[in-house]
Design a protein around this ligand. Structure first.
Ligand SMILES: C[C@](O)(CO)[C@H](O)COP(=O)(O)OP(=O)(O)OC[C@H]1O[C@@H](n2ccc(N)nc2=O)[C@H](O)[C@@H]1O
Ligand SMILES: Nc1ncnc2c1ncn2[C@@H]1O[C@H](COP(=O)(O)OP(=O)(O)OP(=O)(O)O)[C@@H](O)[C@H]1O
Length: 276
């Protein structure tokens, strides 16, 4: 058997997410500071007839068919490939799972000699930033991605309380859609500087998501009670993240949060590559 090409589909974390307008087609204009956590799904590709197999803790409920974003990504690239997906991230949870998987398939196919197809953003607004999988500013409806040089390594915890949230439902529930953009994005020398800056920003989707799923407020409070320097929701939820001073503190908090029956994972936010 030929060796598999393996790619990690890292979890996307919207550290800040401002909704700055709405296009005529209903899509929203965003301005978001995006980081990636060193945890995610695992995508393995082998040459062979088109197929998809899914396992892992969150495989249940996902159909391994042509509707899956992994399959659709391969189809868009005109590739026939055997895909194996280890689903470690909760589904429909604001950390880009499906988009990260599709981007991982496209990156793997590039390593196998396929070229990047046109129109990858049509598979999902988060796909362009997930292709990069590095700290970035995301604008437009997600198609404008600018790599950022100033993000330090940060200890973090991701927490999901086990309820899926519909992204369109959260956008529909917004009461304000013309908010100020993020402004100039600086470099941060350490966690305190990053948190100081983030406190002047928001996730504009958080109030609407908290109304739809009040449990999100409990998750955020529990992160703060367990020592997070900053706790916020990612994307359209319901996954929340906490930023911590050390890996040991993050691990301790994740252990405490998982006792609620929630998915809680201690991880790190991948820093900007040096020299970028
Ligand atoms: C909210 C974010 O998670 C922030 O990173 C993403 O923008 C959502 O990305 P995604 O899940 O890949 O979103 P898509 O699958 O493209 O869109 C799902 C639905 O969300 C709404 N949507 C999404 C992105 C965007 N910029 N404006 C929107 O209004 C639209 O109703 C769309 O039909
Ligand atoms: N490989 C996949 N992994 C997860 N969801 C998938 C996948 N393929 C298709 N889907 C579908 O896509 C929908 C959105 O799932 P996903 O996990 O990408 O959402 P999300 O985490 O809210 O993303 P975002 O942060 O981009 O809003 C789900 O309802 C799911 O059925």
């Amino acid at each position: 058997m030929t060796a598999a090409v393996v790619e990690t589909a890292m979890a996307k974390v919207n550290l800040a997410l401002h909704v700055t307008g709405r296009r005529e087609d209903g899509y929203h204009l965003l301005d978001s500071l995006v980081a990636f956590a060193a945890t995610g799904d695992r995508v393995s590709l082998r040459a062979g007839p088109m197929s998809l197999q899914i396992d892992g803790p969150f495989a249940r409920g996902l159909e391994a068919d042509s509707g899956n974003l992994c399959w659709r990504a391969a189809e868009l690239a005109g590739a026939s490939v055997a895909i194996s997906l280890e689903k470690n991230l909760p589904v429909a949870s604001g950390i880009g799972g499906g988009s990260a998987d599709a981007a991982a398939v496209l990156r793997g196919l590039e390593r196998m000699g396929h070229s990047r197809p046109e129109g990858i953003d049509r598979l999902g607004a988060d796909i362009p930033v997930c292709m990069l999988s590095q700290p970035a500013r995301m604008q437009g409806i997600g198609e404008i991605v600018t790599p950022l040089s100033g993000l330090p390594r940060v200890s973090a915890v991701l927490v999901n309380p086990g309820h899926e949230i519909s992204t369109p439902a959260v956008f529909r529930a917004l009461t304000s859609r013309d908010n100020a953009p993020l402004g100039a994005i600086p470099s941060w020398s350490d966690l305190a500087a990053l948190i100081g800056w983030l406190r002047q920003t928001r996730n504009d989707l958080e109030p609407a998501a908290r109304d739809i799923l009040p449990l999100i407020s409990q998750v955020l409070a529990a992160l703060e009670q367990n020592g997070a320097g900053l706790a916020r929701m990612s994307g359209s939820g319901a996954t929340c993240f906490g930023l911590f001073e050390s890996d040991a503190q993050a691990r301790k908090a994740a252990a405490a949060l998982s006792r609620h029956g929630w998915w809680a994972e201690a991880t790190e936010l991948v820093p900007s590559q040096r020299g970028r």
